[in-house]
Write a protein that binds this ligand. Structure first.
Ligand code: ZN
Ligand code: ZN
Length: 372
């Protein structure tokens, strides 16, 4: 089928403005009016037209924008996609895209180098032997760096839901639970509270297992008198939230207490360093400096934070030496951690909106170690 979706006013205006902005940007890259930019990243397609299906490509040039998907998404594309033509054949959707590109006889084709599979790139080159392929990286990601007031509102709601789910589950949690049970309760809770679903695979790691920053929950009972790291998020209205807290049943030992104090101070120092105009690397350095004081510098193997929006991990990266300057409206996490092999780990993560003079913390849950 082919057709153009008629969307409601304000929603359509947002997508219209985003497409117009992209077209202005494409005009600066050397693509001619007839040359298409092939958008293949799911979140970028969602950002430009609202479509959230798992299969799709968007071609944008000066006077056209077409969403290519397949028959599974015909109804969804009609309901969601704004300001673009829709091509959703039930058979061989990729061939339709290649045929349409061939018909246009474009001299150049822009594409997202870091988002397009090698297999598809090869198929494009075979089908369009005369075209020049122009890698255009981060064009739409750059637009997505700074969130609009409406996007911030959605992320704020997702963060509130995240905190509420955590608090609700903590109030009924039992030491007899397994890590898997705790994670499943959180996933259930976010859905019961109205989220589209968890933002990523929930991390619940207790005892020595918490020394793995990206631990997978195990069907193993929570370890009493040890650190438990819980990292989870919710997707609401397409936008993500992300929060980590540490908790324990009983009492933790001295080493663990030092880790909690160190990470907590590091997190506060990093939060205090956030404001518009500061380089991302400066925030990271603020956290590392505190961890050095606690002799935990080598126990912190990841970046201090990352951007959050339509994707759970997006720009800017808050890591060592990162030069990106924070700007009002960026949404980032601040999440230093410390992990000691054989002992355990701590991470404290808040979601924050950068403001002119500092930041607004969106995570509502107290940061202290929660003793259950
Ligand atoms: Zn997280
Ligand atoms: Zn995170």
């Amino acid at each position: 089928m082919k057709g153009r979706r008629k969307a409601a006013g304000p929603k359509r205006d947002v997508f219209k403005q985003r497409l117009a902005k992209l077209r202005r940007r494409l005009a600066q890259t050397g693509l001619d009016e007839n040359d298409p930019f092939l958008v293949s990243a799911r979140a970028n397609i969602q950002y430009l037209c609202g479509f959230t299906g798992s299969y799709g490509f968007l071609t944008v040039s000066a006077y056209q924008a077409t969403l290519y998907t397949d028959g599974r998404y015909t109804t969804q594309a009609r309901a969601q996609a704004c300001g673009v033509d829709i091509c959703a054949p039930s058979q061989r959707p990729l061939e339709r895209l290649l045929d349409d590109l061939k018909k246009r006889k474009a001299g150049r084709i822009g594409f997202e180098e870091n988002r397009l599979s090698y297999a598809l790139y090869q198929a494009l080159r075979r089908a369009l032997r005369r075209a020049r392929f122009e890698p255009l990286n981060g064009v739409i990601e750059q637009f997505r760096l700074v969130k609009s007031a409406d996007e911030i509102k959605k992320i704020r709601r997702a963060a509130r839901l995240n905190s509420k789910a955590f608090d609700n589950v903590c109030s009924r949690a039992r030491v007899e639970w397994t890590e898997s049970r705790f994670a499943a309760e959180l996933d259930l809770e976010v859905r019961l509270l109205g989220a589209d679903g968890p933002a990523f695979e929930t991390i619940v790691a207790s005892g020595a297992h918490s020394a793995l920053p990206h631990a997978h929950p195990r069907p193993v009972r929570l370890a009493p008198n040890s650190l438990i790291v819980v990292d989870h998020g919710a997707i609401l209205d397409g936008y993500n939230s992300d929060m980590t807290r540490a908790l324990c049943f009983g009492r933790i030992g001295e080493t663990e207490q030092r880790m909690v104090r160190g990470v907590s101070e590091a997190q506060q120092a990093a939060v205090a360093a956030v404001r518009s105009g500061v380089q991302a690397g400066t925030i990271d350095r603020a956290a590392r400096k505190v961890l050095e004081k606690f002799d935990l510098a080598d126990a912190f193997p990841h970046a201090t934070g990352h951007g959050v929006g339509l994707e759970i991990h997006e720009q800017p990266r808050i890591g060592v030496g990162e030069k990106t300057r924070l700007t009002t409206g960026m949404v980032i996490t601040i999440e230093p951690g410390a992990y000691l092999d054989g002992i355990g780990g701590v991470r404290i993560e808040d979601l924050a909106v950068v403001t002119k003079s500092g930041c607004e913390i969106l995570s509502r849950t107290p940061r202290q170690l929660r003793v259950l």
